[in-house]
Each structure stands twice: as structure tokens, then as C-alpha cells.
Design a protein around this ligand. Structure first.
Ligand SMILES: Nc1nc2c(ncn2[C@@H]2O[C@H](COP(=O)(O)OP(=O)(O)OP(=O)(O)O)[C@@H](O)[C@H]2O)c(=O)[nH]1
Ligand SMILES: [Mg+2]
Length: 298
């Protein structure tokens, strides 16, 4: 069998997580229209045609404004050195920017690793625009081993990704058991579910200012366990927004998250959400460490 690790990198919001989910056929990573949704690297594992493909979805590479942002970019850049193939994802409907060039420079540092350029969101592009894009890629970014145009959202062209990767995979071992599609522990998936429900309902600074932590799980004799989960925000005003008018917003988030968590665990649960203020947490190392957003070598 062939197997290998494939990094999925690019600027924020280009569709890396959507693509990873579609390739793996499972919801591995949360997705939103807010840049900076993914905060850590997440493995999505696909077993196909006797091969094992391990995709590493990464946070969008950007100019960091705080420690959390630094961690996010570090995680993505580090993944480039740990893989057999690099997939660089662009939003084809946008002009290639300095941000994309910055990503390209980091990729070039990984030297000889094969690189595949993914032009995503072609559902928003005409055939002519796709053709022009290829010239723009060569001019502004340079050459790639393969270029694949697709729409992750609408599952157009997904098989071409596999075809593009195959020549670069080597004979190897099965790194993960066949029924495993992610390396993310269940407690983390639960936190991400709650975070996603808030991301889709908020804007401006709030999506970036929330962190989620399970603080207690109480086993109940009726089998319906009780989860207490903290939602951290940076300011009191944000707390008010998340709770919403007469608690409406928090209630909606709770109901939706509970349903998804119940599906994940295959059983009913009680879910209590608490909103707490932790000022400027994105700049505080001990808190970031606690949340798993900081590593010693950073
Ligand atoms: N029209 C269109 N939208 C897409 C496509 N793929 C992703 N999107 C949308 O683009 C937005 C960002 O998608 P994500 O998958 O979260 O992007 P990301 O690159 O993982 O973003 P970060 O984690 O923030 O770096 C979401 O609103 C998606 O629905 C696509 O093929 N076409
Ligand atoms: Mg993402």
C-alpha cells in the first residue's frame, strides 16, 4: 500500500477545512465564513483504493497580532516540514495577494517537497477566469507539480486531488486504523462544535475572542451525562452579546450544540453553557497553554 501525509495550507478563509472535510467524507474540521476559524492542525484520514491519505488541515497563515495568531501561523508553517506533499489552497475568485506570496515563500523553504496548487471556489468563476488564473499563478507564485481547480463546497473536481497526489505517495505503512478518520480527541471535537455554533452567529472581533473549555462532566445514573462548558470572551460587552437578549442566543447555541454532541456520542446529554470574561486571553501564555494553543518551542 501507499500512504503519506499531505499538508493543506493557505491564507485564512480560502476553504482548507471545507476541502479536508470533503476529501475525508467526514466533518473533521469546523468551517465558517470568518477568517481564522481553524486554530490548530487537524488530521483527516482517507482510506481509498488501498492507500491511506493523511491530510493535515492547518490554520490560515497570516500576519499575527497576538500570541494566539502566532501559534496558528507556527502550526501551519511547521506542518510543511512534516509531510510528503504540500497542497497550497487559493480562493480562485480573489486576486493573488501578498498574503498568498507569503505562504508561497514558506512553502519554498520546505524545498523539494512536491507541491500541488488548489484553485478553490471555481463555482464563483467563469471558464475564462480560470484560464487567466493559471497565468496569474505562474507569474506571481511560480511553478507547481500539479494545479487542480475545484469547488470544495460543491464537491466539484475532488477526484482530481487524489489523482494529483498519487504519483507522490510512497510505499508505506498504514499509520491509522481503517475506521479512524481524525486524530482529534472527543473532548476537543465537543469544544469545536460549540465554537462553530457561536462563530456562525457573531461577527467582528467576537469570533476571534472566544475559547471553549469543558470544565466538568458528571456521570448520571440514567446514562444522560451532564456537561458544563465555559465560553471565554475577552470583554464584558462580548459576554452580553453571546448571552443575547433574554438569553436567547446562548439558548440557541446550546440547543444546536447539544444535538450535534448527542449525535457524536450516540446518546442524550445535558449541556450547560457558561460565559466567562478572561481579559486579553489571546495574549496570555498560561491561558493559551491551558487551552492547548501554545507549545513550548514557541
Ligand atoms: N463559493 C464557495 N465557497 C466556499 C468553497 N469552499 C469553501 N467555501 C466557503 O469559504 C468559507 C471559508 O471556508 P473554510 O473551509 O472555513 O476556510 P479555511 O481556509 O479553513 O479558513 P481558516 O480556517 O479560517 O483558515 C466558508 O464560508 C465556506 O463555506 C467553494 O468551493 N465555493
Ligand atoms: Mg479552516
Amino acid at each position: 500500500m501507499k500512504s503519506g501525509f499531505i499538508a493543506v495550507v493557505g491564507r485564512p478563509n480560502v476553504g482548507k477545512s471545507t476541502l479536508t472535510n470533503k476529501l475525508v467524507n467526514e466533518k473533521v474540521a469546523i468551517v465558517s465564513d470568518k477568517a481564522g476559524t481553524t486554530r490548530d492542525s487537524i488530521k483527516g484520514i482517507l482510506n481509498h483504493g488501498g492507500n491511506q491519505y493523511i491530510f493535515i488541515d492547518t490554520p490560515g497563515i497570516h500576519k499575527p497580532k497576538h500570541l494566539l495568531g502566532e501559534h496558528m501561523t507556527n502550526v501551519a508553517v511547521r506542518s510543511l516540514k512534516e509531510v510528503e506533499v504540500i497542497m497550497f489552497v487559493l480562493d480562485g475568485s480573489q486576486e493573488i495577494s501578498t498574503g498568498d506570496k507569503y505562504v508561497m515563500d514558506r512553502i519554498l523553504e520546505a524545498d523539494k517537497t512536491p507541491r500541488i496548487l488548489i484553485v478553490n471556489k471555481i463555482d464563483k468563476m467563469s471558464d475564462e477566469e480560470i484560464k487567466v488564473k493559471k497565468a496569474e499563478i505562474e507569474e506571481k507564485l511560480g511553478t507547481f507539480d500539479r494545479i487542480v481547480e475545484l469547488s470544495a463546497e460543491y464537491s466539484i473536481g475532488m477526484y482530481r486531488v487524489i489523482e494529483a497526489i498519487d504519483p507522490f505517495l510512497e510505499e508505506g505503512v498504514m499509520y491509522y486504523p481503517e475506521d479512524m478518520y481524525t486524530d482529534m480527541p472527543t473532548y476537543k471535537v465537543i469544544c469545536e462544535i460549540v465554537r462553530e455554533k457561536i462563530l456562525t452567529r457573531t461577527r467582528d472581533e467576537i469570533p476571534h475572542s472566544i475559547a471553549i473549555e469543558i470544565i466538568n462532566v458528571e456521570r448520571r445514573p440514567n446514562g444522560k451525562d451532564k456537561f458544563d462548558i465555559n465560553i471565554y470572551v475577552e470583554r464584558n460587552s462580548q459576554k452580553g452579546i453571546i448571552i443575547g437578549n433574554r438569553g436567547e442566543m446562548l439558548k440557541e447555541v446550546g440547543t444546536e450544540a447539544r444535538k450535534d454532541i448527542e449525535e457524536l456520542l450516540g446518546k442524550k446529554i445535558y449541556l450547560n453553557l457558561w460565559v466567562k470574561v478572561k481579559e486579553k486571553w489571546r495574549k496570555k501564555k498560561p491561558f493559551l497553554k491551558e487551552m492547548g494553543y501554545y507549545m513550548e518551542e514557541e
